[in-house]
Design a protein around this ligand. Structure first.
Ligand code: BDR
Ligand code: CA
Length: 330
């Protein structure tokens, strides 16, 4: 069984990723760390507790993390308007309004509370002392990991694999050049990409290539439990929003970005284009702030990333359907 820590800015697609991970028999979720991103860290922490509770795993510790980026001014991040939802309202997720499905995710028991230790300190304590390597799945701004790795770069040696949703090669979503998770803390993303741990980077190109359709939505809805119906509703809300606000997308499809990282851990064949690449993140105050830069020179530096740019939407749906219907593998 693969032991993972998730670092999330929950967010509906993070919630789907959390529910899939905790329900997958191939994965053991040791901890959930939260970070600013889709909304404030106080809300992403509440949303994370709610997603874990909905999947019946309120016992998994939730460590609240960074409230803002390492260097960049938080007001700069907030300049691009993002409302502050908790699950149960609506959210602005990569530029589109998404229903948070009020009736579907039950409110956690009042005894469910986050841990007192902040997420970056949890990483320091846990990774320094663990004798087995751990996989980290990061689907929000990379601030917690950037802080922990700045304090102790040797932590990277304890990371078996870092699976990150972030960056885009030909796609962006928050500015003309950047994907949201990298844009919200470019300096942290730059530190993490250079940390030396094996990195699998699921870019926006990949998550859009495996966007789910109406027939995927129907299949998930038919499963009928909380996680599956929540996912089906999120696919519906995203399909409608993308159709209205992002008309250049493949008609009627919805990327549920963060779930791809978990689908990959369950069945790596969901990824259909993966190449070793030398990647960096632009840190500037200009138009390129937070942009993923792939070094394509023939004499480029040693690859630091497995760059994922395509994935299979039918396989993605198969994996989620199998996990949510309790059958485990694919
Ligand atoms: C990423 O940004 C976040 O808002 C989403 O949850 C996803 O992780 C997409 O760019
Ligand atoms: Ca996210």
């Amino acid at each position: 069984m693969r032991k993972i820590i998730m670092d999330v800015d929950t967010g509906t697609d993070d919630a789907i990723a959390i529910m899939a991970a905790v329900m997958a028999p191939q994965i053991e979720v040791a901890a959930l760390c939260t970070v600013h991103g889709n909304t404030s860290v106080s809300n992403t922490t509440k949303n994370t507790l709610r997603a874990a509770f909905a999947a019946g795993r309120e016992d998994i510790p939730v460590y609240p993390g960074a409230a803002g980026p390492m260097v960049k001014d938080l007001s700069e991040v907030r300049r691009i308007p993002v409302p502050e939802p908790v699950l149960g309202g609506t959210a602005e997720v990569d530029g589109v309004t998404v229903s948070m499905n009020p009736d579907l995710l039950p409110l956690p028991d009042p005894s469910c509370a986050p841990q007192a230790t902040p997420a970056p300190l949890y990483y320091l304590e846990f990774l320094r002392t663990t004798t087995e390597k751990v996989t980290i799945v990061a689907t929000g701004a990379l601030t917690n990991l950037g802080l922990a790795l700045s304090l102790d770069p040797m932590l990277a040696e304890k990371i078996e694999e870092l699976v990150i949703m972030g960056g885009g090669v030909k796609k962006s979503n928050i500015t003309a050049s950047a994907e949201a998770n990298f844009y919200k803390d470019p300096e942290a993303a730059a530190i993490v990409l250079q940390c030396g741990a094996p990195i699998t980077l699921c870019t926006l190109d990949a998550t859009h290539s495996c966007a789910l359709t109406e027939s995927h939505e129907r299949r998930l809805r038919a499963i009928g439990n909380t996680a599956a119906v929540f996912t089906a509703n999120d696919v519906r809300a995203r399909r409608e929003s993308y159709a209205r606000f992002q008309p250049l997308e493949r008609a009627g499809t919805a990327p549920i970005h963060d779930a791809l990282c978990i689908a990959y851990l369950i069945d790596p064949t969901v990824l259909t284009c993966v190449e070793d690449a030398a990647c960096m993140v632009e840190c500037s105050e200009g138009i390129g702030d937070g942009r993923l830069q792939v070094d394509t020179r023939s004499f480029h530096a040693a690859p630091n990333v497995r760059l994922v740019t395509q994935a299979d939407p039918d396989k993605m749906c198969d994996i989620l359907a199998e996990v949510f219907s309790g059958r485990g593998g694919v």
